[in-house]
Each structure stands twice: as C-alpha cells, then as structure tokens.
Design a protein around this ligand. Structure first.
Ligand SMILES: Nc1nc2c(ncn2[C@@H]2O[C@H](COP(=O)(O)OP(=O)(O)O)[C@@H](O)[C@H]2O)c(=O)[nH]1
Ligand SMILES: [Mg+2]
Length: 335
C-alpha cells in the first residue's frame, strides 16, 4: 500500500523526441553488429534489427512509466483527495491511459513492419523501415502533451506528504494553544516535516510507540472553516479521511489570545465537520487555577485531559487512551 502513494517512484518523463532519438540511434548501432554471408540477407536482417531495437527501447520506456506511477484508483481515499488538490486527477488518468495506448500501438506497428520487411523486395527494405520510423514517431507525437502533463504532475506529486497506515490522530485548535509543543511532548521526539498542498506551511508527524500517528497541521485546523476559500477548504477537508480521531487542544489560560468562548465555538464547528471521535485536552494547565479549570471542565460536558506541554504534566493518561485501541491486538478495528 505504501508504494501506491509514493510518487517519488515515478520516473522522470523526457520530451518524446529525446526518446525517439535514443531509440533510433541505438537501433542504428545494433544493426551494425549484424553480418551475414549473403549481402541481401544481411540488409534484411539489419533492417529487422533496427525495428526490434527501436520498439524495445520505446516500449520499455513507456511501460516503465505505467508500472512505476501509482494508480489513483488504488489509493486510500484521503490520499486521492490530497492528489486531487495538487493535480487534475481525471486528466492524469487519461494521460497515463495514453501512454499505455502508445506502448500497445508501438508493439503492433513493429509486428506489422517486421512482417513487411520479411516479405519485401530487397530494394524496398530501406523505404519500409523508414516508413516504420515515421509511423512510430507519429505515435509518440500524438501523446506529446500527455508526456508534458505527466511530467508536470510528477514534479508536484513527489512533494506530497507521506503518512503511514496506522491509527491517525489529527491535532486541532487555535494558534498558540500549544499544539506543536504537545505533539513533541506526546511523542518525545522531533516530528518529521511533510509538505502539504496549498499551504505554505508543512504538516508535522510524530509517533507514539509505532502504533499511533499524530499530525500537527499548522494553518489547517486552527480557524473557522467559513473564513476559507474553496481550495483551502478542500485542503482542510482532505484531513477528514486521514484522521481516525481529532485531538482538540484548548488553552484555558487564554494566553494564546483567544477567549474560551471563541475556542468552544471553533470546537463545535469542527465537531460538525468531522465525523470522527474527538478527544479534548486543556493545555497550559500550569498557568491556570484549579477553580477555573473546574469551571471550564463542567461547561464542556465531556471527558477532558488536563495537561501542560511545557511542564510535561498529565500525559500518561492521554497517551494510554490514544494507544488503547491502536495496539496490534486491536488493530483490525482500523483496517
Ligand atoms: N505555560 C505554558 N506555555 C505553553 C504550554 N504549551 C505551549 N506553551 C507555549 O505556548 C506558545 C505556543 O505554543 P505552540 O506549541 O507553538 O502552539 P501552536 O501554535 O498551537 O502550535 C509557545 O510559546 C509555547 O512555549 C504549556 O503547557 N504551558
Ligand atoms: Mg504550531
């Protein structure tokens, strides 16, 4: 499955003329190695060798593109959505189909022309082979735009984020509530940084004991959805299929600059948009009195994990909860 979403495997796609030049020049070299007692027979074998060499190089090139390009239909849904943000997915499928077509067509042509070469008069051999070159060139010429399009896609898609197939918890909450600090404290390591289409910032990924993947999404789940343009909204909503759970972080000390009332309305809005379980966590508990904490906790009417990312307090229970249904014995749940 992981290979299915790795566009870094996709080969660089060159201008079609470059492939033709390479194929015909190697075909010419290969024909020079041929010799036969009978001069007429030698010419025929040389021309056949040219056709065989050229088609082999061209078909290998085309088939390699088809084989190494991840298939959009076989990807997990969140990934398909992310891919759709970066490129025109339907055109991508069509262009890949065109490459497949060209491989088949090239094979067909070579079979036809090999037959012709075998049955032709000696004086016609050169003309037949050059007619073959013309038709083979025209096949690649027909898909030249697909080559250009696929290469542009490859350049974009190789930079998509790579997530692992495991329980995934996406962190949400206003800026400065401590999401990044919390990710670091929970996972005990520097997160790995992944690009994300249509954001200038990168998502950060950390792991709890190889079983839970935590994703911090700067600029994505940190403000109201109705303040977003269409493309941003799509970028945010692609996270719906990535997340098994959302960890919503509050800063009850309000030192982040957002009032608890604002934070609660963002939380409610996200709950409506994401149909996955939410876990709520109050961060910066080192900055707030027990009395205030109790007041807010009562208001929320849900189970709350009180933590301090700065002081590394309160994380054992949260970590335990995140792990409980992700351990290998329970893994089926997420497949
Ligand atoms: N006092 C205190 N400060 C914290 C805590 N967690 C984060 N901070 C501070 O809050 C600020 C914003 O934290 P950051 O993790 O960047 O927030 P993000 O924007 O939600 O990712 C930083 O200055 C952190 O040092 C905490 O538990 N207690
Ligand atoms: Mg951050």
């Amino acid at each position: 499955m992981e290979d299915q979403i790795d566009f870094r495997r996709m080969p660089v796609i060159h201008p079609y003329r470059q492939i033709l030049d390479k194929a015909y020049s190697e075909a010419s070299d290969a024909s020079k190695t041929v010799s036969a007692e009978n001069k007429l027979l030698e010419i025929r074998i040389k021309e056949l060798k040219r056709v065989e060499t050229a088609v082999e190089i061209i078909c290998n090139y085309l088939n390699n593109i088809v084989e190494k390009t991840p298939h959009v239909n076989l990807m997990p849904q969140y990934y398909t959505e992310i891919v759709s943000l970066a490129i025109d997915k339907e055109q991508f499928k069509k262009s890949l189909g065109a490459v497949r077509w060209a491989a088949e067509k090239s094979k067909e042509l070579s079979t036809t022309y090999k037959k012709k070469l075998k049955g032709a008069q000696a004086r016609d051999l050169g003309r037949i082979r050059s007619e073959y070159y013309g038709r083979q060139s025209s096949v690649l010429h027909q898909i030249r735009r697909d080559f250009i399009f696929l290469e542009a896609c490859r350049a974009r898609l190789k930079n998509l984020p790579k997530f692992k197939e495991m329980k995934t918890v996406v962190i949400a909450g206003f800026p400065n509530v401590g999401k990044s600090s919390l990710l670091k404290t929970l996972t005990g390591a520097e997160p790995n940084i992944q690009p994300y289409p249509f954001t200038t910032k990168h998502v950060r990924v950390g792991y709890i004991e190889k079983y839970v993947q935590l994703v911090d999404t700067p600029g994505l789940l940190d403000r109201s959805l109705d303040k977003r343009n269409d493309i941003e909204l799509q970028a945010v909503l692609a996270l719906r299929h990535l997340s098994d759970m959302i960890l919503f972080v509050f800063d009850a000390s309000e030192t982040c600059g957002y009032k608890m009332t604002e934070q609660v309305s963002l939380y409610k809005e996200m709950k409506k948009s994401f149909e996955v379980p939410f876990i709520v966590c109050f961060n910066k508990c080192d900055l707030i009195s027990g009395k205030d904490l109790e007041k807010y906790t009562k208001k929320m009417g849900t189970n709350i994990y009180q933590v301090s990312a700065l002081k590394n307090n309160g994380f054992d229970k949260l970590r335990e909860f995140l792990l409980v249904d992700a351990l290998p014995s329970k893994k089926k749940f997420y497949q």
